[in-house]
Design a protein around this ligand. Structure first.
Ligand SMILES: Nc1ncnc2c1ncn2[C@@H]1O[C@H](COP(=O)(O)OP(=O)(O)OP(=O)(O)O)[C@@H](O)[C@H]1O
Ligand SMILES: [Mg+2]
Length: 456
């Protein structure tokens, strides 16, 4: 099916001309083509008709007594902004036609008309409209796909959601603070997705993971020959994000030198590539995140205070999960459903007892740790029901709520046991654990497991 065919609805047309013969001949021709047509002999009637019905296209005579076609065009478009206007003129008076086009008319035609040309014109309008609505549809599908939901109904999370919604409408710099795994990156993505910049890139930089020199060239780019090995020029993240958003994760980790450079970029909205001579203007919005108390660091002189104030225009505080326990069951159900869907296990569910047990946990690794725990329960469990005993909330011996370390220890122990039972047959063990062999190898490396008798 073509796009034009998907625009099932035929256009509704309004013809406005003071000459009866024009109204009647255009009306007859369009109706023959299957369009719905109304006619008016002056602007007043046209406005009345337009107030009552919805038109997609208006054919307006430019020269009419009283309100002329150009003025009528402006008035009609006030109430129907997406009305397609075609002006008609008996004289090939180009400048009134040009004025109409400048004011947003789709096209103009010169009397006497060639009927075939009129039909072609309407088909073109139909096509543009179909494309436009297809675009709107694709864009909203894109929006939905790109923005994972933020789950949470606690007062604290509601506040976070409110700040996201209001700050997304601005270009203000945002500083997100929260412990590891609380959803800082998720919030940054939501702000970008809800902002006018959403069709431009969101570029994330994990500042903590990079050495100073590399971070500089990552952020600001470098020119060819800026340093040994710089064989080509390289666009930095700020340039890559032009028109979009730069997400500076773990901003508390950047060195004093990079702090100075970043401050300058934020102030000037221009970047100078490493080894470059001139600065390049860029259009970006900054969202920064940190798990550290940046204000305290700034006070203590460990982070530039001027940079802190530049970043902390709007602050978002995401509380740790243990301070909003009412979100735990919502999140747990959400992850169960989500993982169930992605693993094609539609009947997966989690028992109320399991939810209660999860609520008792302190979750030092916050939402990420909870998500991992659910995933593990699903992967390691055999049934479609996740019960309290499938969750590493109460380690053997009835010890109090598990810490991040003991969760991992539990996984480690489980894997080791399975490996020992299968005599380290990786394929067999992976099958029992219902993970692929690559994942199992990664876990073995991560937990530094070794076959008894072997030196790791
Ligand atoms: N409120 C929430 N609703 C749904 N999913 C969430 C929520 N908060 C966090 N998550 C999920 O938890 C995981 C961790 O979130 P994210 O990476 O945003 O945390 P973070 O604060 O950036 O962590 P870190 O400091 O370790 O980088 C992600 O998979 C994210 O989708
Ligand atoms: Mg993060």
């Amino acid at each position: 099916m073509t796009l034009v065919e998907t625009a099932a609805k035929k256009l509704a047309i309004l013809v406005v001309d003071d000459e009866l013969i024009v109204r009647e001949s255009l009306g007859a021709w369009f109706r023959e083509d299957g369009y719905k047509v109304d006619t008016a002999e002056n602007a007043r009637d046209a406005l009345r008709l337009s107030a009552e019905g919805r038109y997609d296209v208006a054919f307006l005579d430019i020269k009419m007594p009283g309100i002329d076609g150009l003025e009528l065009q402006a008035k009609l478009r006030e109430s129907v902004p997406d009305l397609a206007v075609v002006v008609m003129t008996a004289y090939a008076s180009v400048d009134s036609a040009v004025r109409a086009l400048k004011a947003g008319a789709q096209d103009y035609i010169v009397k006497p008309f060639d009927p075939e040309q009129l039909s072609a014109l309407l088909r073109r309008i139909e096509e543009t409209r179909a494309l436009r609505s297809e675009n709107v549809r694709l864009k909203s599908a894109l929006d939905r796909a790109a923005a994972p939901p933020i789950i949470g109904d606690s007062p604290a999370m509601r506040r976070v959601l409110e700040v996201i919604a209001s700050v997304a409408r601005t270009d203000a710099t945002v500083l997100i603070h929260g412990e590891s795994g609380t959803g800082k990156e998720l919030v940054a993505r939501a702000i970008h997705q809800q902002s006018a910049r959403r069709y431009n890139p969101l570029v994330a930089v994990h500042c903590g993971a990079l050495a100073e020199g590399i971070l500089e060239s990552e952020l600001f780019g470098h020119e060819k020959g800026a340093f040994t090995g710089a064989a080509y020029h390289h666009k930095g993240k700020f340039e890559q994000a032009d028109g979009g958003t730069v997400f500076l994760d773990e901003i508390g980790e950047i060195s004093p030198k990079v702090q100075v450079e970043l401050l300058r970029v934020l102030e000037e909205k221009r970047v100078t590539r490493v080894g470059g001579k001139s600065s390049i203007p860029v259009d970006f919005r900054v969202i920064a995140a940190t798990h550290r108390d940046l204000r305290a660091l700034a006070k203590a002189g460990e982070f530039r205070e001027d940079l802190f104030w530049r970043l902390d225009v709007v602050s978002v505080e995401i509380p740790p999960l243990r301070d909003r326990r009412e979100d735990i069951p919502l999140l747990a159900r959400h992850f169960t459903e989500q993982l169930g869907r992605s693993m094609n296990r539609k009947n997966l569910r989690i028992t109320p007892e399991a939810l209660e047990a999860l609520k008792e946990c302190d979750w030092p690794g916050n939402v990420r740790e909870l998500q991992n725990a659910i995933e593990r329960a699903i992967v390691l469990g055999r049934k479609d029901v996740i019960d309290a005993k499938d969750l590493p909330t109460r380690p053997a011996g009835g010890a109090p709520a598990a810490s991040a370390r003991s969760l991992q220890e539990l996984e480690r122990a489980h894997i080791r046991k399975t490996l020992d039972e299968t005599n380290w047959n990786i394929t067999h063990a992976a099958a029992i654990l219902e993970v692929d062999r690559g994942t199992l190898y990664n876990k073995i490396r991560k937990y530094e497991l070794a076959k008894p008798g072997h030196v790791a």
